[in-house]
Design a protein around this ligand. Structure first.
Ligand code: AMP
Length: 193
């Protein structure tokens, strides 16, 4: 196996937004992936922007990035403070609404990585995809899992392409990768969304 390439990713990618699950009871492999991905961001000098919580994949990712000396910014809606438990050790902003949270996460980030997650993760990822589809941004969006967790989502996307509801060019620009290394390679030379 080749050693992981931990060379820095040059600007314009300085901050990476991670969308991922808040569940503590998901598969341990997913929690482990989030831990390794957080550390990998820090090793490359990339700031993690995320939902601000200390639970689930989001908590694992932020704690690992912080432990590895990386910058982290969390954005937490006040009404979720208790449920998702703010990770106080890193800079975080408290906001009033989900919409504010997503907008700040979007504005503070140069690229998006989607780890396994539930309905909240899907919602965030699909909104960011839909903004790209509307040409509101051209920031890379990469889905990352090691077991092809996102395959059903990509089947659905293909289904919309088959019906001429989504252009194939758009679908092809959304990356579905299966290793942390492949994720950073894609961020180094992203397809244009
Ligand atoms: P989940 O994948 O369901 O565990 O949710 C992952 C993260 O997405 C959690 O931090 C949720 O609070 C967040 N989330 C859920 N729904 C939304 C939404 N509509 N807008 C922004 N974040 C959300």
């Amino acid at each position: 196996m080749r050693p992981m390439d931990s060379s820095p990713i040059s600007p314009p990618i300085r901050s990476v937004c991670v969308y991922c699950g808040s569940s503590e009871t998901t598969r341990p492999e997913y929690l482990d992936l989030a831990t390794r991905f957080g550390a990998a961001l820090a090793q490359r000098g990339l700031r993690l922007v995320y939902g601000g919580g200390a639970v689930g994949l989001m908590g694992r990712c932020a704690k690992a990035a912080n432990a590895a000396g990386g910058d982290v910014l969390g954005i937490m809606p006040r009404f979720l403070e208790r449920r998702e438990i703010v990770f106080e050790a890193v800079p975080h902003r408290l906001v009033d609404t989900m919409h504010e949270r997503k907008m700040i996460m979007f504005e503070e980030s140069d690229a998006f990585v989607v780890l396994p997650g539930g309905i909240g993760t899907l919602e965030e990822a699909v909104e960011t995809l839909s903004w790209a589809r509307l040409d509101l941004h051209a920031k890379p969006i990469v889905f990352l899992s090691e077991d092809d967790f996102w395959a059903p989502f990509f089947h659905l996307l293909d289904h919309t392409v088959d019906a001429n509801l989504t252009p194939a060019s758009f679908r092809n620009a959304v990356a579905n990768v299966h290793s942390i290394e492949a994720c950073f390679e894609t961020l180094r030379s992203p397809a244009k969304v």
